[in-house]
Design a protein around this ligand. Sequence first.
Ligand code: NAI
Length: 247
Amino acid sequence: MINLSGKTALVTGSTRGIGKATAYRLSEAGAKVVVTGRSEDRAREVAKEISDSTGNEVFSVALDIGSKESIEEALKRVNEEVGGVDILVNNAGINRDTLFIRMKYEDWDEIIRVNLTGTFLITQLVVKGMLKKKWGRVINMSSVVAFIGNVGQANYSAAKAGLVGFTKTLAKELAPRNITVNAIAPGFIETDMTENLPEEIKQGFLNQIPMNRFGKSEDVANVVLFLASDLSSYITGEVIHVNGGLF
Ligand code: NAI
């Protein structure tokens, strides 16, 4: 039912986890996907894996979302080699958890730079092309902790809450040009990011999830697919929660 052929989708941080599952879904739906990651080799490897599986063209480019130069360089390549981006999934994100009282300036600064400023920079470059085409989809990966907070994540939850404000404002500015901007707030999803959490912390989360299971990357990727498609064309400025009832 969802057919994205003719559209190009760029997913930041798509060499593993939610980003990789998203790249798969979009490619399965026929989009020309650009897999990005800090390592060019790894991005190429994942692009080949997806393309071999879906039979659709998948490009790869090195992109460090924490670096303005890297973002500019990557977008230049994408514009030249692939011809612009119709669907932008701002997925890349990191955490550096520590209690607020012990949080160093560097812990704060890096998380804001990678999780929030990087999204501002890449979105501004990509939206220029969308404005010309009068069609676009921007999907930002927030988090449930933007809404409920989490001990040890003052930096991360502030960045993820920042993405919500960013999403809502951009949605208003870009709606007249047929560009939708939405956010997804995943709860606890089983990926490398959550794998190394202590068992008691995981159990604590599990106890609060009415569905009594952690989410899978595909649970989030399916919502990205919907938001990227024409099925969601009247939805903008929204946050869709994917958390098994946690919030
Ligand atoms: P992950 O750690 O498995 O994947 C993150 C991806 O971002 C990786 O491919 C990594 O290489 C990439 N990345 C990290 N720093 C980067 C940089 N400077 N430049 C480019 N790429 C970079 O994490 P996961 O779980 O797949 O997370 C994806 C997004 O979902 C993140 O924004 C995360 O904050 C968010 N999220 C995850 C949740 C979870 O429970 N796993 C819950 C809520 C939000």
